[in-house]
Write a protein that binds this ligand. Structure first.
Ligand code: ADP
Ligand code: MG
Length: 282
């Protein structure tokens, strides 16, 4: 009965609901001002359901990564709520956060720097299991191989150095690591930026397959609208720390009522035109 009731609650509510989230940074000021205040995120509202993707788009410096770091509680927001299946984790200290950490995982843009270069592929994936003290050596080893298979990496490569993997393979490793603790939400911060186009398409497909299989919720951060349109049901556009436009992805792209959205649409069109000029189908 208890299981049925909690399953019902999970099905009814969003995995993540963010409301009124704000984060300000202080920076050394110039001249008579000792410090400058940078409002990196202001009054952010987001909602993501299981099995769905919300994209956060916007140009560089608009505050996307700040939202990502607050949502995953790498940083503590100044104010606002971050409700993970109904529990507000916005101001929890590290001890109280511990049981929630597995549910929120992040994949960064550059796995080369976010991975420890001395690690083997197996060690990269196993580390979160060790930190959370899950399983013994042999169950962890078989879980690692299962995860490698799931992201399209041969388990035979488990003991190779992570540095010997290609860019796309490293991103698969980073995804396997993020999945190790069976998260509810993946925050993908420019995770496909910097990959070549065919690798980007393959990893996008992998993300779609993993989402369908595990009912994962994604917060997908990108400045590339073509990619956003492929992956996200709904999107929000950020400019100067605020969400300036939001809605179903195709509708936002078609309306593009805010100048920031129009800039993103223009650069996506330019990228497609460049590809067409090269004779490559976008
Ligand atoms: P985006 O990911 O959209 O490029 P960020 O969230 O990284 O944007 O940055 C938003 C704003 O906050 C920028 O003006 C950036 O310079 C500033 N910022 C981000 N992190 C810090 C920090 N740790 N200290 C000071 N300013 C920061
Ligand atoms: Mg960023």
């Amino acid at each position: 009965m208890t299981t049925d009731a909690s399953a019902l609650k999970t099905a009814a509510g969003p995995v993540l609901r963010v409301s009124g989230l704000s984060k300000t940074y202080r920076r050394e000021g110039t001249g008579w001002r000792r410090t400058d205040l940078i409002v990196a995120a202001s009054e952010i509202e987001l909602e993501i359901f299981a099995g769905q993707t919300l994209a956060l788009a916007g140009s560089s410096g608009s505050g996307k990564s700040t939202v990502a770091r607050c949502v995953t509680r790498i940083e503590r927001p100044d104010s606002g709520q971050i409700c993970l299946e109904g529990t507000d984790i916005a101001q929890l200290d590290s001890g109280a956060l511990r049981p929630f950490r597995p549910q929120l995982q992040m994949v960064f843009q550059d796995p080369v720097t976010s991975l420890n270069p001395r690690f083997t592929a197996a060690e990269v994936i196993e580390e979160p299991l060790l930190i959370q003290k899950q399983g013994d050596k042999s169950t962890r080893r078989s879980r690692v191989k299962e995860l490698m298979q799931e992201v399209g990496l041969s388990p035979q490569w488990a003991d190779r150095s992570a540095m010997d993997f290609s860019g796309g393979q490293r991103q698969r490793l980073a995804i396997a690591r993020a999945l190790a603790l069976q998260p509810k939400l993946l925050v993908l911060d420019e995770a496909l930026s910097g990959l070549d186009l065919s690798t980007e398409a393959q990893i996008a497909n992998l993300l779609l397959d993993l989402q369908a299989f595990h009912s994962l919720a994604y917060l997908f951060i990108s400045h590339d609208l073509a990619l956003v349109a492929r992956l996200a049901d709904t999107m929000a556009v950020m400019a100067n720390g605020r969400i300036v436009e939001r809605g179903p992805t195709l509708q936002v792209v078609a309306n593009a009522s805010h100048p920031e959205t129009r800039t993103l649409v223009t650069s996506a069109r330019a990228a497609q035109a460049n590809l067409a000029a090269l004779g490559v189908a976008p």
